[in-house]
Design a protein around this ligand. Structure first.
Ligand SMILES: Cc1cc2nc3c(=O)[nH]c(=O)nc-3n(C[C@H](O)[C@H](O)[C@H](O)COP(=O)(O)OP(=O)(O)OC[C@H]3O[C@@H](n4cnc5c(N)ncnc54)[C@H](O)[C@@H]3O)c2cc1C
Length: 445
């Protein structure tokens, strides 16, 4: 007899659903030049967007990745995009801490970054299934609904009527669940196929003269008296006039200053078997991208062909194997959307994101080294934008500095990049989410 409690479909595979269509591959790594104008470490969205913008301005960059180009979070993510919607997702006290005026500047820049992102996809003809579908964020508790209202006000203050609130009695128009006490819809939000996006972005950078070298790890570097850099890589020594670090959740010992400022965290995802568009629409009628307000949040969406649901979250705070995390996420998904009970999953995977201690994304220069990192869980539009910002900083001559580049990049005393505390923080967050959920259910009875 088949075990109906098993969530795995025949042929279940532990790799990103996205890689079926666009797997990151290492072709014959190109010969490495001895000297380059700009060396970029990390071949994800941040590194490739920097290389593209540099190329458009006549500077040919070399992009190195330890694995295949695009292998990191950039080809594994949920493919959900937002402008200022990502700001304040991880903290609700931005205005109190940073000041309302500065937060307005950050919001405006984030909204503009979304528009620039759309323009870039069109200009470069990127093959990435981009759609502006809007985003629904479900409030898991009444106090979260209040925080969502403040976030909507912040977003609308930056740029008109982009966000609107959904009362509890209309949640069913957005998603088939009784777990939310309301929500917010963001208009300026969309979805794409991440592995196609990062592949096309790389191809666009190559068309502008960039060299992409997968299978090449930077092991360390030193700065010369004239300000240039000497890089030790797994395939030889390279001299570079400028150096840019774009390693986000995979930042390692080669760049200790950055590592001390990042908390890498695994995020997990699953894809259901083909359910058909009708069933997907029953669960997610407006075919948007979705998230919630829990500390340990869920994010989910239809696949680009609308036949499956892709569901993600922090299934574990210790490194978990993706069969186990797949079963956990399947349970989370069917608990949230009971109509999906009995569905099976075909793919389960994980990837690393990176949090900063201030929960803000960071772009800047330290001791002459450029960097863009700390996506805090959402980086598709931000890292694309930061690529342009970093390229302009490398090129010099731009008098408009990104507001994000003015935020100091903090660390904590004695932190060396080993996030030993994460399981404890994870447990505390999960407990808080559970208490909020119980309180909400008590109110209903
Ligand atoms: C499961 C998951 C779901 C997500 N969902 C969303 C979402 O829906 N929406 C959203 O906006 N964001 C999402 N994100 C976040 C988003 O994917 C990231 O913010 C973004 O991809 C970061 O891009 P990046 O270029 O900075 O880093 P990455 O794409 O992670 O690239 C970093 C690269 O650096 C390389 N590297 C590291 N060290 C070295 C070295 N010493 N030498 C050479 N190479 C090195 C690594 O091999 C890696 O390929 C998600 C992330 C994950 C993991």
């Amino acid at each position: 007899m088949t075990d109906t409690s098993e969530p795995f479909a025949p042929g279940f595979i532990e790799h990103p659903y996205w890689w079926d269509a666009a797997p990151p591959t290492i072709d014959d790594a190109p010969p490495l030049p001895e000297t380059v104008e700009v060396a970029i470490i990390g071949g994800g969205i941040a590194g490739l967007a920097t290389a593209l913008e540099l190329g458009r301005n006549g500077v040919k960059a070399l992009v190195l990745d330890r694995e295949a180009i695009g292998w990191g979070a950039s080809s594994r993510n949920g493919g959900a995009l937002a402008g200022a919607g990502s700001l304040g997702k991880t903290r609700s006290d931005l205005a109190e801490v940073l000041g309302a005026k500065f937060v307005a500047e950050l919001s405006e820049e984030s909204e503009a970054a979304f528009e620039s992102f759309e323009a870039l996809v069109a200009r470069e003809g990127l093959d990435c299934d981009f759609v502006r579908c809007g985003r629904f964020v479900g409030a898991h508790a009444p106090k979260a609904m209040e925080a969502l209202k403040r976030r909507a006000e912040m977003i609308n203050a930056a740029d008109g009527e982009q966000a609107f609130m959904i009362p509890k009695n209309r949640v069913g128009e957005e998603i088939s669940t009784d777990r939310f006490c309301g929500g917010m819809v963001l208009h300026r939000a969309g979805s794409l196929h991440p592995a196609r996006y990062v592949r096309s972005l790389g191809q666009a950078a190559e068309r502008q003269g960039a060299t992409l070298a997968g299978g090449t790890e930077m092991l360390g570097y030193r700065r010369e008296a004239d300000g240039s850099f000497v890089l030790q890589t797994s395939r030889g020594v390279i001299k570079a006039r400028h150096l840019m670090i774009a390693t986000n959740g995979y930042t390692g010992k080669a760049t200790p200053w950055h590592r001390r400022r990042l908390v890498p965290v695994a995020s997990y995802m699953i894809a259901t078997e083909e359910l058909g568009e009708e069933r997907v629409r029953r669960a997610l009628p407006k075919l948007r991208v979705y998230g919630d307000t829990k500390k340990v949040l869920y994010y989910f969406r239809p696949s680009p062909d609308y036949r499956r649901i892709l569901f993600g979250g922090r299934a574990s705070f210790v490194d978990a194997d993706t069969k186990r995390s797949g079963a956990t996420l399947h349970r989370f998904m069917t608990d949230l959307i009971p109509d999906l009970e009995g569905t099976k999953i075909t793919h389960s995977w994980k990837g690393n994101v990176a949090f900063a201690f201030d929960m803000m994304p960071h772009v800047g220069i330290e001791e002459g080294v450029h960097y863009a990192m700390a996506c805090n869980g959402s980086g598709v539009t931000t890292m694309t934008h930061f690529g342009t910002v970093a390229a302009q900083q490398i090129l010099g001559g731009s008098n408009k500095v990104s507001a994000f580049a003015r935020i100091p990049f903090p660390t904590k005393p004695l932190y060396n990049g080993n996030p030993w505390f994460m399981p404890f923080i994870g447990m505390a967050y999960q407990l808080r989410d559970r208490l909020d959920g119980w309180r909400l259910r008590d109110r209903k009875h």
